[in-house]
Write a protein that binds this ligand. Structure first.
Ligand code: URA
Length: 240
């Protein structure tokens, strides 16, 4: 296991010689402060990530230095929940509390998320997995940068491959746009079922946004009802 993990980390440009190598190929935007990942290039890094098991993925995320967020994080936050969940919820990036504790959605937005889940009979960890597009906190909760998303998204892709959820709920603009492969607004993406690599995808507002925009809670409720109906149609477990 250790040898395999070392080889995968090496292929990802996280091995001991990564500082000596070229920048990733195909990285349209470069991050001035990012370590220069290996001769393998961005697509080989992604391919290496796509072969990882959960242990390897956890180690790779914890050790990741692919963008400058590594310098300011306390914890990289992989995700939490049932590794065989039918429901996968995806947010944007850890905030201050998540960075401190190493778990997604444990702050104020997380409490609202738990209430939203409870409203449709779901509970964190029970047939539910929660992850973010970015595994590290952007300082001051600024928006993720395109380079950061590009570097981090293979981790989420691998999580989705390993979990094989029946349904994904993308919360907020970054998760929605990343998974729907669109730059449209949440308002125009919500209300219908998209697909992420064949997996049905429902888009809704981010809980942190809902804390500031209470009237949109009704729309988020409609989105959850759509998600629950879609899960029922897919033959998944729907409480109540
Ligand atoms: N906001 C997110 O998008 N994710 C978290 O984990 C916390 C807040």
């Amino acid at each position: 296991m250790t040898a395999r993990r070392d080889r995968l980390l090496e292929e990802m440009g996280l091995g001991p010689v990564w500082r000596l190598r070229r920048p990733p190929e195909g990285a349209a935007e470069t991050d001035a402060d990012a370590p220069r990942a290996g001769a393998t290039g961005a697509s080989d890094r992604a391919a290496a990530i796509m072969r990882m098991d959960w242990t390897e993925l956890g180690a790779a995320v914890a050790a990741c230095e692919a963008c400058k967020l590594a310098k300011t994080r306390t914890h990289a936050v992989l995700g939490v929940g049932d590794l065989h969940a039918e429901w996968l919820l995806v947010g944007e990036a850890p905030g201050a509390e998540e960075d401190a504790r190493g778990e997604p959605f444990v702050g104020q937005a997380g409490r609202l998320l738990d209430n939203m889940l409870a409203a449709i009979g779901l509970r964190r960890g029970d047939n539910v997995y929660i992850a973010n597009v970015l595994k590290c906190r952007p300082p001051g909760n600024r928006n993720p940068e395109p380079f950061e998303v590009a570097q981090c998204v293979p981790f989420l892709e691998r999580q989705i491959e390993l979990i094989r959820p029946k349904l994904i709920v993308a919360m907020g603009r970054f998760a929605a746009q990343t998974l729907a492969g669109s730059d449209a607004s949440i308002a125009s993406l919500r209300g219908r079922v998209h697909r992420y690599r064949g997996v049905p995808l429902v888009v809704t507002y981010h809980p942190a946004y809902l804390l500031r925009n209470l009237p949109d809670k009704a729309k988020a409720w409609e989105d959850l009802v759509l998600a629950r109906r879609t899960m029922r149609e897919l033959g998944g477990r729907v409480p109540g």
